[in-house]
Design a binder for this molecule. Structure first.
Ligand SMILES: C[S@@+](CC[C@H](N)C(=O)[O-])C[C@H]1O[C@@H](n2cnc3c(N)ncnc32)[C@H](O)[C@@H]1O
Length: 188
């Protein structure tokens, strides 16, 4: 297998190219429901500026791109960001910029963000990211989590500035102990 070996997948009205070394959600049916849950809040808030942190191949940012003015996606995996830029072109999206870096290297550079989406790996959010999420003071954070244990830890810390609006679980990995959740947080 090489970087040139790709799959094409459709979620809603968007198409995605995924290279073999890139990240992609494995439960296609529930991925649409998960992204629709994120989209519901985005449509409701009509944000100008959105951060899509841990953006993978740009899927969530591209999925919501018709309902936000400007989106910045960050992921530290070069293959993901190569695909994210291909996916941006494929879907003729002009309002997203993708950055290849660690979130914690960039999080202190953002101001005037209306809505932040975080979808970290199982380890959850690092301390610097949590500190700056509270300093940026976006009105809404949508936390997409694949580990309820680190989600709970992070929510406890973010609770200084954010209240939990709701948490919705998705059985993305049936018959395993893994649970995916979408959690919507509101600035206090
Ligand atoms: C759970 S995936 C989410 C991907 C995407 N949001 C999706 O729905 O397909 C987590 C992503 O975080 C990225 N990642 C892990 N640690 C990171 C870090 N410190 N900074 C930026 N991205 C990171 C991984 O490359 C992976 O793409």
């Amino acid at each position: 297998m090489s970087q040139e070996d790709t799959l094409k997948s459709t979620i809603g009205d968007k198409e995605f190219i995924i290279s073999y070394s890139s990240f992609f959600q494995i439960n296609r049916k529930l991925t649409k429901r998960l992204y629709d849950e994120v989209l519901k809040t985005v449509k409701n808030k009509k944000p100008n500026k959105v951060l899509d942190l841990y953006c993978g191949t740009g899927t969530i940012g591209i999925y919501i791109s018709d309902f936000a003015k400007e989106i910045i996606g960050i992921d530290n995996n070069g293959s993901n960001i190569l695909d994210a830029n291909k996916n941006k072109k494929l879907n003729k999206v002009n309002n997203i910029e993708f950055i290849c870096d660690k979130v914690e290297n960039r999080i202190d550079t953002f101001k005037n963000i209306d809505l932040i989406i975080v979808d970290p790996p199982r380890a959850g959010l690092d301390n610097k990211t949590k500190e700056y999420l509270q300093k940026i003071k976006s009105k809404t954070i949508i936390y997409v989590s694949c580990d309820p244990v680190t989600l709970s830890r992070d929510l406890k810390e973010l609770n200084e500035s954010y209240i939990i609006n709701y948490i919705k679980p998705f059985n993305m990995f049936p018959k395993t102990y893994h649970v995916e959740c979408v959690c919507v947080l509101k600035l206090k």
